[in-house]
Design a protein around this ligand. Structure first.
Ligand code: AMP
Length: 291
C-alpha cells in the first residue's frame, strides 16, 4: 500500500479487500469511479459527483486490454500515473486502485460478460468486442471494490446504458449514477484521446458539438428527423471531419431506433455521433426531448 498525501494507492486485490473491509466496519459509504487513467476534468467531475452521494470516493486506473482490438491504441494509450494520482488527490479521492493485469485476468481466464444487442449497435459496429471488454472489466471491478454507487460519464452514453443493464441483469447491489459531460470552451467533450489531435484538428473539433447542439434544438421543435440528421452530417463534414461513423437519434434508454419522420412528444431521446477528425475518432451525445 502506497500513500500520496491523503490518498491511498493499492495495487492488489488483497490489499483492496483489507481497505474495503475497514471502511465497511466504519459504516462509511463508497462511490467508485472506474477510469483508464490519463485523467482530465471530466474524470474529476465524476469523483466530485461521487462525493456528493457517498462518504468516500475510490477510483481505479486500469488500461483494460480486452476492450482494445489488435489494431487499436492499447500500447500507445496515454499513461501518467503520478499525474493521475495528484489529480485524484486534488479532487478529494481517498483511494486509487491500480490493479495488476493478473488480478483482473487470472492466468487461463476464459470468462466474458456480454450485454446482448445493445453492445453491437453504434460504437459496437466498428468495435464488435469493445463493450464485451468493458462489461467484463467493470463486472470484475465491481466484485473487487464492492462500491455502494458507481459513477460513469454520459460522455460514453452507450457504455453507461450497457452498465445500467448489466447491473440490473447480474443483480449487482450498486447504484449507477451518470455524470454530465465536461467540455472545453468551444464545446469539445473532454477525452483522454484529445491529445492525439494536431493544433489544426483541435481548432476544428468543436464543430461536432456545435452542429449537434443545433440538430438537437431542431429535433426538439419537431423538425423532420431524417432531414435534420442529413443536414447535420453535411455540416460536420464541411467543418473538416474526415468521415462520420454515425449521427443518429435513438431512444435514450434502450438506444433503439426511433421514427425518422418526427420525434414523438414525450419520448426521451439521445442524439449520438462518432466522427473522425484526422485519425482521431471523436464521440459525443446530447439529450433531445420534445416539450
Ligand atoms: P475512460 O478513462 O475514458 O475509460 O473514462 C472513465 C470515465 O470517465 C467513464 O465513465 C467516462 O464516461 C468518463 N468520462 C470521460 N470523459 C468524460 C467527460 N468529458 N465528462 C465526464 N465524464 C467523462
Amino acid at each position: 500500500m502506497d500513500h500520496y498525501k491523503g490518498l491511498t494507492i493499492v495495487r492488489t486485490r488483497r490489499e483492496l479487500r483489507t481497505w474495503r473491509d475497514a471502511l465497511r466496519r466504519e459504516g462509511r459509504t463508497l462511490a467508485f469511479i472506474p477510469t483508464m487513467g490519463a485523467l482530465h476534468d471530466g474524470h474529476l467531475s465524476l469523483v466530485r459527483l461521487g462525493l456528493q452521494r457517498a462518504d468516500v470516493a475510490a477510483a481505479s486506473i486500469f488500461v483494460n486490454p480486452t476492450q482494445f482490438a489488435a489494431h487499436e491504441d492499447f500500447g500507445s494509450y496515454p499513461r501518467d500515473e503520478a499525474r493521475d494520482i495528484e489529480m485524484l488527490h486534488s479532487a478529494g479521492c481517498t483511494l486509487a486502485y491500480c490493479p495488476q493485469p493478473a488480478d483482473i485476468y487470472p492466468p487461463g481466464d476464459r470468462t466474458r460478460v456480454l450485454v446482448k444487442d445493445i453492445s453491437h449497435i453504434l460504437e459496437g459496429v466498428p468495435r464488435p468486442h469493445f463493450f464485451e471488454g468493458v462489461a467484463t472489466v467493470v463486472s470484475r471491478l465491481f466484485l473487487h471494490v464492492a462500491p455502494d454507487i458507481a459513477v460513469f460519464g454520459e460522455k460514453d452514453y452507450q457504455q453507461l446504458q450497457i452498465i445500467r443493464r448489466m447491473t440490473l441483469d447480474l443483480g449487482f447491489p450498486v447504484e449507477i449514477v451518470g455524470g454530465p459531460t465536461e467540455r472545453e470552451a468551444d464545446g469539445l467533450a473532454m477525452s483522454s484521446r484529445n491529445v492525439y489531435l494536431s493544433a489544426d484538428e483541435r481548432a476544428r473539433a468543436g464543430a461536432l458539438f456545435q452542429v449537434m447542439t443545433q440538430c438537437a434544438a431542431l429535433l426538439a421543435q419537431g423538425e423532420p428527423v431524417a432531414g435534420v440528421l442529413d443536414a447535420g452530417r453535411s455540416r460536420i463534414l464541411a467543418a473538416g471531419f474526415a468521415s462520420i461513423d454515425y449521427l443518429e437519434l435513438r431512444n435514450a434508454d434502450s438506444l433503439d431506433a426511433l421514427p425518422t419522420d418526427q420525434l414523438p412528444p414525450d419520448v426521451p431521446a439521445r442524439l449520438l455521433a462518432a466522427a473522425r477528425m484526422g485519425r482521431t475518432r471523436l464521440i459525443d451525445n446530447l439529450p433531445v426531448q420534445r416539450g
